[in-house]
Design a protein around this ligand. Structure first.
Ligand SMILES: [Zn+2]
Length: 106
């Protein structure tokens, strides 16, 4: 999953923002995901989710740049993060928005 996610979502994000990405968390082993209070069955476990910031761009501005393309890339984005952008490739139900409210992790 991680290679597909890198090709279909993360590289297009990198191209769109035009700046390097700083990866905060991408692939997590299950025990580490549990340890930090990550979501049960988190897409991070298979590398299908990534938390990142964009060098030189505020988190909120990076989200605004990315959001219009999430549907095209088959990705979703967590709305309420403040220190990083979380995107993942969890499939959406028909009509389900590309953004969602997550839950705070430690
Ligand atoms: Zn995440």
């Amino acid at each position: 999953m991680i290679i597909r996610f890198a090709n279909k979502v993360m590289q297009p994000i990198r191209n769109k923002v035009g700046m390097p990405l700083r990866i905060h968390s991408w692939l997590r082993v299950e025990t580490y995901n549990k340890q930090i209070g990550g979501a049960f069955k988190s897409f991070h476990i298979d590398g299908g989710a990534c938390d990142f910031s964009v060098i030189g761009i505020k988190i909120e501005d990076a989200k605004k740049l990315i959001e219009p393309y999430l549907g095209v890339w088959g990705a979703r984005m967590e709305i309420d993060t403040t220190d990083w952008v979380h995107v993942d490739c969890r499939p959406r139900k028909q009509g389900e928005p590309v953004t969602f409210y997550g839950r705070k992790i430690k």
